[in-house]
Design a protein around this ligand. Structure first.
Ligand code: MTE
Ligand code: MO
Length: 369
């Protein structure tokens, strides 16, 4: 079977377009993306801070070779003093360390029906790291942002083609978000230099926003006086009903909770087996829109309130626990978070064309015997 999956397609085949919805089986293009971009194994929900290598990864193009060539960060545009900074110079500026839960806006996409063709995440495109670096607001103050500034554009070193458009990966932030004290230009992740795949030598981290905003391999920061219209801002990451709909931009992370599947898995189906008796169900919950205020655990459709622990920071996930006495038989477990805005995870996902911000409730099937 694998032979067939990797076979060269005839040249007459139409090139699939990312975003196009399908009800068919997983395509070789999706398999290729999912082999490059891995998610966080659910059992890693046990850690406050996700160990290196277990944090999810999403890279649109190739991981650029930023380790062997000279690197500078350029800050320019609508500022009083444009500047170019070396990594050594940046490291002399005041630094902060902040725990942040990052989640890909496409998380959950493969569960949608029909399924938008893109990175086919299941549920676990998430991770929490401690990011250390210079607050962006500090450097912007040094550069002197002009009054007419409306956004700040961040450009990475990685280049590729998406939607037929050749581009360097770039995203913008409105000025008021860019000046938040917790937005950081990070050169350390969990106390070590950034690994190549997470943006070495420098990346942006925007706490509370979906991952696409946190530009890796950052090379340039440009203050602009008109809204940025680059591909990743203007066409990608928008809530659209159809391909032609201009849509609205994706920003903050919606409330989500996940559970560590209890017991042991079947290798292929991942179905869980556990013995009868007491089990502590646990997992994590997070939201970029406000604190997590509750998690309910569903046991065969009956919802019970879980106990919440204090999160390590305002933008990091919090742990939840619920003791369960498992009786013999087949069970369906679920968890559902609520945040300070009153938003609750949906039992059925609202569909959108790019398959973004799915925060549908997770279900886990378990056999107790
Ligand atoms: N330069 C650059 N930055 C990027 C991306 C990218 O492809 N290139 N992907 C974005 C997306 S979509 C996500 S979800 C996060 C993932 O960050 P991680 O790989 O460190 O988890 O990085 C963002 N920053
Ligand atoms: Mo993403």
């Amino acid at each position: 079977m694998t032979k067939q999956i990797y076979r060269q397609r005839p040249s007459t085949r139409a090139v699939p377009q990312a975003g196009e919805p399908t009800s068919g089986p997983l395509t070789p293009e999706e398999l290729q993306l999912s082999a490059r971009n891995h998610s966080m194994p659910l059992e890693a929900l046990r850690y406050d801070v996700t160990p290196p290598g277990m944090h999810y990864i999403l890279t649109h193009f190739d991981i650029p070779d930023t380790g062997t060539r000279p690197w500078h960060l350029r800050i320019g545009g609508a500022v009083e003093r444009a500047m170019e900074l070396s990594l050594a110079a940046l490291k002399k500026d005041p630094a902060i360390t902040i725990p942040v839960t990052l989640e890909c806006a496409g998380n959950g996409r493969s569960l949608l029906k029909p399924r938008p063709l893109s990175q086919p995440w299941v549920l676990e495109a998430v991770g929490t790291a401690e990011w250390t670096g210079v607050p962006l607001a500090y450097l912007l103050a040094k550069a002197g942002v002009l009054d007419e500034a409306v956004e700040v554009v961040f450009t990475g070193a990685d280049e590729g083609i998406q939607g037929g458009v050749r581009q360097k990966y770039a995203r913008s932030l409105p000025i008021r978000e860019a000046l938040r004290p917790d937005v950081v230009l990070a050169y350390r992740m969990n106390g070590a230099d950034l690994p190549p795949q997470h943006g070495y030598p420098l990346r942006l981290v925007v706490p509370g926003w979906y991952g696409m905003t946190s530009v890796k391999w950052l090379e340039s920061i440009e203050v602009v006086t008109a809204p940025f219209t680059g591909f990743q801002q203007h066409l990608a990451y928008r809530y659209q009903d159809t391909a032609d709909d201009a849509g609205t931009p994706v920003s903050r992370i919606r409330i989500r909770s996940l559970m560590i599947p209890p017991g042991i898995p079947d290798f292929f189906t991942r179905r869980r087996s556990l013995p009868p008796g007491p089990v502590l169900l646990h997992g994590r919950a997070w939201s970029g829109e406000g604190a997590v205020t509750g998690v309910e655990v569903g046991i065969d459709g009956e919802w019970l309130p879980a106990q919440l622990e204090k999160p390590p920071g305002p933008f990091a996930w919090c742990k939840w626990t619920l003791p369960w006495v498992a009786d013999p038989g087949e069970h369906v477990l679920a968890c559902r978070g609520t945040d300070a805005t009153g938003a609750v995870q949906p039992l059925e996902q609202n569909w959108n064309y790019q398959g973004l911000s799915n925060n549908v409730v997770q279900h886990v099937n378990a056999i107790v015997e």
